[in-house]
Design a protein around this ligand. Sequence first.
Ligand SMILES: [Zn+2]
Ligand SMILES: [Zn+2]
Ligand SMILES: [Zn+2]
Length: 153
Amino acid sequence: MDYSDRLRDHGLRVTRQRLAVLAALEDRPHSSADIVVAEVRRDLPDVSIQSVYNVLNDLTARGLLRRFSPPHSPALYETRVDDNHHHAVCTSCGRVEDVECAVGHAPCLTPSDDHGMAIQIADVLYQGVCEDCRSGAAGIAAAPVLPQGTPPK
Ligand SMILES: [Zn+2]
Ligand SMILES: [Zn+2]
Ligand SMILES: [Zn+2]
């Protein structure tokens, strides 16, 4: 993936900071801004936190990055855009996995009632407990998580 071309396609100037942010998120999808700052500083030690935040906001606004906010977590960023994939989040350790909607189809983009809105993204978030946490590797007894609104049996 040549991000120089993608930046130009989106009408953005190619800068080392923008390329470094995109490369960091290519390596580590679903990273918070703080992690991106730490990654970018390995190549560009003098970069300021504010300028990384600005780059993240600009690239998100132009559609080169996707931002999503799991509960109890700072916003996370990724380079995988435009496929309406969803996320599964472990409520115990916070790990995030991508979940395909349906390749080339994205049925969630056709809601049962769109209320007259032109739907652009279906931000579905699955929450549960991952395999590692369930197996109790860390000695934590993970309580089963009921989806909201599930009546107790
Ligand atoms: Zn977990
Ligand atoms: Zn993702
Ligand atoms: Zn879907």
